[in-house]
Design a protein around this ligand. Structure first.
Ligand code: TXA
Ligand code: MG
Length: 398
């Protein structure tokens, strides 16, 4: 069975023709090599350029958060709608003073437990970051990444880095430098290549401004972990609900989409987490999320795949190491793009490999993709959140 897919250049749209530097920083290299790469990258950031760098979650595309001109280059390189705000990355908790007007008690406890790490906190802004960072909101998203290269780079800059994931808008987040270059070569000043990331799914975004902390985006820190520290239930705001809340008037704010995302016509309503109103990543093929017991899912997927193959479609199947044998057997000889994404019994491994697999389906030209659901426990909740979004709500109950 042919389950090997070709890697293709995925560079979309026109580049600016910029020479994109790549610094490879292997942990086995002498520290001087890392120092020099970090210094060169920091110098470009100090000159107002944008540079991609590894974090423990996904690669970020950084710029000086206090410079409108620099931050605008992020939106231009990504083709990102200008009203979708960015996370500000700090190297030291003391830097919060430059960013926020208050640190609520819940935030203090979460910072003590999870920073540095994959947790982003929504805090009241003191208005000093460039307005492009917050997209007109009165809050600012802050995180301290737990990655030696990210920490060294931010410290060398001497200012916090506003950084979204380093992908073109609408593409899966990058989990290795190659993904960054596929999307952004020729559009950014450089990428610090620290190898594959360890978590592979974005940080958990928690709003600590209200009376009850709420998860705006599930991610690397699980709801269970947050509840254990806060000693209270923590709700996860559903994407639909997030669209309807916070009727904050932001008079005169330019809400025109800057890139390939949809324009926002509701100028007077700010979603609680603006990222939620955009379909983030949608595969080029039609993706279906299949739920049920492992046996039922596999039976249904084999059925569906067989029917689609007969229609002449190029079919992709997203399973795990536990499931791949069953498909190999039942679809033997069929030209299916079959990918094992980690191990079902170890959801962290699924999180780590998910975005790479989604990129492979696009590269292989899958016309229709069937993805197995995984249990929504721990980081499985973040994986399912991304799969539901990628499938645009196309669910099959097996
Ligand atoms: O793991 C991560 O969080 C990665 C790495 C690079 O740190 N970054 C990342 O950034 O995923 P981005 O831009 O792809 O996602 C930021 C999310 C969006 O959903 C955005 O709407 C939300 O954070 N966000 C940013 N500022 C916000 C604010 N003030 N209020 C509510 N949501 C906010
Ligand atoms: Mg992103």
């Amino acid at each position: 069975m042919d389950n090997v897919v070709e890697e293709m250049g995925m560079n979309m749209g026109q580049t600016t023709g910029m020479d994109t530097k790549r610094w490879v920083v292997d942990p086995n290299q002498p520290p001087a090599v890392l120092r020099q790469a970090v210094q060169e990258a920091a110098q470009l950031l100090q000159q107002g350029e944008v540079v991609a760098f590894p974090t423990e979650t996904v690669y970020g595309l950084g710029a000086n958060c206090f410079s409108s001109e620099a931050v605008r280059k992020i939106f231009a390189a990504k083709g990102r709608p200008s009203d979708n705000p960015l996370i500000v990355h700090i190297a030291d908790e003391a830097w919060l003073e430059d960013l926020v007007s208050d640190v609520p008690e819940a935030a203090r406890r979460l910072m003590a437990a999870f920073w540095p790490g994959p947790l982003t906190l929504i805090l009241p802004s003191n208005g000093r970051v460039a307005p492009e960072v917050t997209g007109g909101l009165s809050t600012v998203a802050v995180r301290m990444p737990d990655h030696p290269v990210a920490q060294a780079l931010i410290a060398a800059c001497g200012f916090p880095l506003a950084a979204p994931s380093a992908n073109r808008s609408g593409r899966p987040s990058p989990t290795q430098a190659e993904h960054v270059l596929d999307d952004l070569a020729g559009r950014i000043a450089g990428v610090v290549d620290g190898g594959p990331v360890s978590i592979g799914t974005e940080s958990t975004v928690v709003d600590v401004c209200g009376s009850n902390p709420a998860i705006l985006r599930p991610g690397g820190i699980t709801r269970e972990e947050l509840e254990a520290v806060l000693q209270q239930p923590v709700e996860t705001v559903k994407a639909d609900a997030a669209l309807a809340i916070e009727p904050t008037a932001v008079a005169g704010r330019d809400t025109t989409a800057a890139g390939d995302g949809p324009a926002d016509s509701e100028a007077s309503y700010v979603p609680r987490s603006p990222g939620m109103k955009y379909t983030h990543y949608a595969p080029r093929g039609e993706m279906w999320l299949v739920c049920g017991t492992p046996e039922a899912m596999r039976q249904r997927i084999v059925q569906e795949a067989t029917a689609r193959l007969r229609e002449g479609k190029r079919v992709g199947i997203l399973t795990t190491e536990e499931g791949i044998g069953a498909y190999r057997q039942q679809l033997a000889g069929q030209p299916v793009i079959l990918l094992a994404c980690g191990r079902r019994r170890e959801p962290a491994s699924v999180a780590r490999e998910l975005y790479g697999c989604l990129r492979q389906f696009d590269a292989a030209g899958a016309g229709v993709i069937y993805a197995e659901a995984i249990p929504e426990e721990g980081i499985g909740a973040a994986v399912m959140n991304r799969l539901v979004k990628a499938s645009g709500g196309r669910l099959l109950q097996a």
